[in-house]
Design a protein around this ligand. Structure first.
Ligand code: LHQ
Length: 261
């Protein structure tokens, strides 16, 4: 697929997806949702890609749904179908992709932009980043997975407060509340991200991917079921190249040379 609303760059071990509608603060139109979904799919299929970075061009990460686009659709437009056919595919693609995804949040994330940032596994953000559950400003409920991710990260009361006030959550507060992993200066954002992607791109990707699967699946499991599922995944990992290499490297007191498989 040729992309027009995003940039896709696959370097050694790392794919970077850049939301690229800066004049609209990277608001999502149908094409951008489709292209971002496709780019994650491509990064998942490419064995040379072992970590994915999602960021925005210009001063924003994403201002969420393109509201001008919604308005232009007229009365017959079904937001429910738009979500099902668009954002839901994107969010599920991100969560089911068994490689770490880092959201490098360079500026404001609003509405569905928050949902997409939360669907990433780690958030490394600029001091200028803010998160706004702008949905209620336009008379909507949070969507794009926000109701699922956010209370799990910060608890119900804080999440509900952000939903009904649509107040800006600053980068610093987001760090205190565990929404983001790292806050850095705007100038050093991508450098900081690179300091994370370097080791992740040479790490045991299979184990990283299955840890992601185990943690997501655990929300719906009893302790007995979760323990059982861990044992199943550990069987898979224990037959991998990287397990053998990891143990050998430890015993031989050298750096492991993981292949991600
Ligand atoms: C925009 C947008 C935008 C279009 C900035 N759309 N142009 C899902 C499914 C279906 C339907 C509905 O919703 C959803 C989920 C959602 O995402 S609902 C929430 C949608 N997002 C919002 O309500 C946020 C709207 N944007 C804002 O509140 C502000 O732009 C923020 C706070 C993000 C940034 O404010 P400023 O830094 O002051 O920038 P700005 O407002 O001046 O925006 C710059 C330009 O970007 C401006 O265009 P212009 O031609 O005047 O320069 C905006 O119109 C445009 N833009 N967000 N979502």
């Amino acid at each position: 697929m040729n992309y027009e609303t995003i940039l896709y760059e696959a370097g050694p071990g790392v794919a970077t997806i850049t939301l690229n509608r800066p004049d609209k603060l990277n608001a999502f139109n149908d094409q951008m949702i489709r292209e971002a979904t496709d780019a994650f799919k491509q990064a998942g299929r490419d064995n040379s890609v072992r970590v994915i970075v999602l960021t925005g061009s210009g001063r924003a990460f994403s201002s969420g749904q393109d509201l001008a686009d919604v308005q232009s659709r007229g009365e017959g437009f079904s937001i429910g179908e738009h979500l099902r056919q668009g954002y839901h595919r994107l969010i599920k693609q991100m969560v089911s992709l068994e490689k770490p995804i880092i959201a490098a949040v360079n500026g404001v994330a609003a509405g569905a932009g928050v949902g997409v940032a939360l669907a990433a596994d780690l958030r490394i953000v600029s001091e200028k980043a803010t998160f706004i559950l702008a949905f209620s400003r336009v008379g909507l409920v949070p969507d794009s997975g926000t109701n699922w991710f956010l209370p799990r990260i910060i608890g119900y009361s804080r999440a509900y407060e952000l939903a009904i006030t649509a107040d800006r959550l600053t980068a610093q507060k987001a760090l205190e509340w565990g929404v983001v992993n790292v806050v850095t200066t705007p100038e050093t954002l991508m450098e900081t991200v690179a300091a994370w992607t370097g080791p992740l791109a040479t790490g045991p990707t299979l184990a990283y991917g299955l840890a992601k699967r185990a943690m997501h699946k655990s929300w719906n499991l009893s302790l007995d079921e979760a323990l059982d599922y861990e044992a199943h995944l550990q069987e898979i990992c224990s037959r991998s190249h990287d397990f053998e290499e990891g143990v050998n490297a430890f015993l031989e007191k050298r750096e492991a040379q993981f292949r991600g498989e």
